[in-house]
Design a protein around this ligand. Structure first.
Ligand code: GLC
Length: 729
């Protein structure tokens, strides 16, 4: 439809119709069933709300969507089609690794490919917009939704958000298999006080602008069609009612011109936040913050027309919101093709097809991080008697919390894959995931303590007579994700006991960890020979895992988030500050920043990860020792694969602004390159530093670089001390 036709349509719509466009409900209110991805408050419908609805979340299935659309449009005064949206976070039916795992690939292209697969499958089932990517920056692993962010680092978050929007949206939203994306949660949701879910986030303007906004900017630079308000308050102002945040920062400064949707019930929850007297004021505050769609409350539906009558909001505001929604529907081609790409035939052809499974398998192998590998026990020598043990050795639940899985049977377990490949290993369960006393939501596995003890005894016996053991352990899949913040991020106690007992009787233990967050491995690392962090790898996770364990694939992933030494060390990040009394790891006791009972550094640093081969790096050299704002400096290293097999390495470049008008992180990731070298091969790697990379919010909050000395670190993780210096003149 031409823009002029949209304006004409807007002019013909009644106020009630316009307000209807600004409302989104689950299909349950339209007589169909949909997944509830949030608390269902008190809904007293008067029957009109659904007749004029603008969009629906969590309705899927080609036939179901087409039927819903037909019935709805028939009864709409202007036949305006519904917009179908859903949380397609890391894959649709073919589940990919969780976003945090994908960040560890240091390959944004991989995330783009995953988004392309997800959008094809979701589109075939009638979805037109996904509530993804999430780009909240997170340094606190206690926060459950750390699993949804690509990284603790703003550059990675920018690149992955940009890549995923490109993957979902393609270059034309009307094209088959492309769906609208939605950047969330705007903004700063990933920094709640103490890691407490939904909690207030105190972030200084400088840190917010310089660090936390970067990930969202990646999506906006890629033309994301929608943004979602966050549940949290930012410096005590709830985002959904934050005019400065939504109009000044999101729309003006970042140039976002799409639809702004509230998170689930976030408009109505302004009353709980104690900044809205009632739902009418909640609606008023949200419209004033330019929130176009009220997801899952009736605040807009039941109050906006009265607010217009009373002059508390204007018809122009309603028109502005409605037009943005109509424009999104138009960009998706819904006026010409209300079903978008819903197709029963395509569903059958695309969902979980081999091509998609292969891509998910490749992605999973590229996200698993090898954290330790003494005596190169991995890849496994399967001529040795090998036992696979633990609660994840024969477990389908290796997918993240935000995964729509119709049928877990589409997911093979490690044991099943080993059987398919005729890998001769013995099995023992060892323990349940959480043990008898745990009551985590929807965790059903129950055993008596006697049964658990018996299981452990059998397992220890098997460990005694095996030359090597692979222990498949991990947190329960719903211990991370929304509303899953934890104060204790160690492995479940029953599994720690299993590891203790098995490692007492077998010196060759490999640990494979499934998790949606960094878990505390401090006490476990010394007890085992090798640790492979598998995250929640998704549908093809077991296949990918066996590819790595058997050596068909070499691990190449690097940590995109720091691992803390203990839960109470959170938040922890590689981007630290020198302080007036820099921490000194070697001194026994001194007046230095940090703790007296724990080093200030993470247990495992950002950017760290091993491969099955070895690499060496030369001293970094720079193309010059001065740079003006118009040129760039090139850092050069020679990387050599000194091991016995081909491998991939991520060469990372960090910059330190040695002295500035405000304190600057001791290093910040500015560039990286993933290279593949065969055994014995060397390659020269060049990474450039531009003046733009040196800009920050200076003492007077102007965003610019300052002349002076800079250090360029180049290495294989964020602790590298391979540096050279230059001056910006
Ligand atoms: C949830 C989540 C958000 C999701 C939305 C719709 O509460 O916070 O990420 O997109 O509701 O399911």
């Amino acid at each position: 439809m031409k823009h002029s036709e949209l304006i004409k349509l807007l002019g013909e719509m009644s106020l009630e119709e316009k307000i209807g466009q600004m409302c989104q409900l689950v299909p349950d209110f339209l007589g169909k069933t949909g997944e509830l991805t949030g608390p269902l408050g008190h809904f007293v419908l008067n029957g009109n709300e659904t007749k004029l609805l603008g969009s629906v979340l969590n309705a899927n299935g080609a036939e179901n969507v087409m039927k819903l659309q037909d019935e709805f449009m028939k009864n709409h005064p202007h036949n305006i089609p519904l917009l179908f949206m859903m949380d397609v976070i890391n894959g649709y039916e073919t589940i990919f690794p969780i976003p945090l795992a994908q960040g560890c690939s240091f390959e944004p292209e991989l995330a783009k490919e995953g988004a392309q697969v997800a959008s094809k499958e979701a589109a075939a089932e009638g979805i037109a917009v996904t509530f993804s990517p999430m780009a909240d920056m997170v340094t606190d692993a206690r926060w459950g939704r750390v699993m949804e962010t690509p990284s603790e680092d703003k550059l990675l978050n920018y690149l992955f958000a940009k890549a995923m929007v490109e993957g979902y949206q393609g270059d034309d939203l009307t094209k088959k298999g492309n769906i609208g994306a939605c950047i969330k949660h705007f903004a700063g949701y990933g920094a709640p006080e103490g890691g407490k879910e939904y909690y207030n986030c105190e972030i200084s303007e400088r840190t917010f602008m310089e660090d936390y906004l970067t990930g969202y900017k990646g999506a906006i630079d890629a033309g994301v069609t929608m943004a979602m308000t966050s549940f949290n308050s930012l410096n005590r102002i709830p985002s959904t009612a934050n005019e400065w945040l939504m109009k000044k920062v999101l729309r003006e400064q970042l140039g976002f011109d799409g639809v702004l949707i509230s998170d689930w019930a976030a408009v109505g929850e302004l009353v709980n936040h104690t900044i809205a007297q009632d739902e009418a004021q909640a609606a008023e505050l949200s419209v004033n913050a330019s929130v176009d769609i009220d997801m899952m409350t009736l605040c807009y539906s039941h109050n906006l027309s009265k607010l217009v009558e009373e002059g508390r909001i204007t018809i122009e505001q309603i028109d502005e919101c409605t037009l943005r929604i109509l424009e999104l529907k138009n960009k998706l081609g819904l006026f010409e093709n209300p079903y978008k790409d819903a197709s029963v035939e395509d569903e059958k052809k695309l969902i979980l097809c081999d091509e998609h499974r292969q891509k998910a398998r490749k992605a999973a192998a590229k996200t698993m991080v090898l954290l330790k590998n003494d005596d190169k026990i991995l890849p496994l020598d399967l001529n040795k008697s090998t036992a696979f043990m633990g609660p994840y050795a024969d477990n389908r639940q290796i997918y993240g919390a935000w995964s729509w899985v119709d049928n877990e049977n589409a997911i093979k377990t490690v044991r099943e894959i080993a059987g398919e490949r005729n890998i001769k290993v013995s099995f023992a369960k060892g323990s349940t995931v959480l043990g008898a006393k745990n009551r985590v939501k929807s965790y059903t596995e129950q055993m008596t303590e006697q049964e658990e003890n018996k299981l452990l005894e059998e397992t220890i016996e098997l460990a005694k007579c095996s030359e090597q053991v692979v222990l498949f352990v991990g947190e329960y899949r719903l211990q991370s994700g929304e509303a899953s913040s934890r104060t204790d991020i160690e492995l479940p106690k029953i599994q720690q006991k299993l590891i203790d007992e098995v490692s007492k009787v077998n010196d060759n233990v490999v640990l494979v960890v499934f998790a949606g967050r960094p878990l505390v491995l401090t006490d476990l690392l010394p007890k085992v020979k090798s640790v492979l962090y598998a995250w929640f790898p998704g549908t093809e996770g077991a296949n990918a895992l066996m590819d790595i364990l058997t050596g068909e694939q070499s691990p190449s992933a690097k940590l995109s988030i720091s691992f803390p030494r203990c839960s109470s060390q959170c938040p922890v990040s590689y981007r630290s500050f020198s302080t007036g009394r820099p921490s000194d790891a070697n001194a026994e006791f001194n007046y230095a920043s940090g703790y007296i009972d724990c080093p200030i550094t993470p247990l495992l640093p950002f950017g760290y990860g091993l491969t099955y081969t070895d690499f060496e790096i030369s001293k970094v050299t720079l193309s010059g020792n001065t740079m003006t704002e118009n040129d760039t400096i090139t850092a050069t290293v020679t990387v050599t694969n000194t091991g016995g097999r081909e491998g991939e390495q991520v060469v990372q470049l960090y910059v330190q602004d040695v002295k500035a008008s405000v304190i600057r992180p001791t290093r910040e990731l500015k560039a990286f390159k993933k290279i593949k070298l065969s055994a014995g091969e060397s390659a020269q790697v060049e990474l450039s530093v531009s003046e733009e990379m040196l800009r920050f919010y200076t003492r007077d909050m102007s965003f610019k670089s300052e002349k002076g000395l800079f250090r360029v670190y180049v290495g294989f993780d964020s602790t590298t001390d391979n540096f050279a210096e230059f001056s910006l003149v």
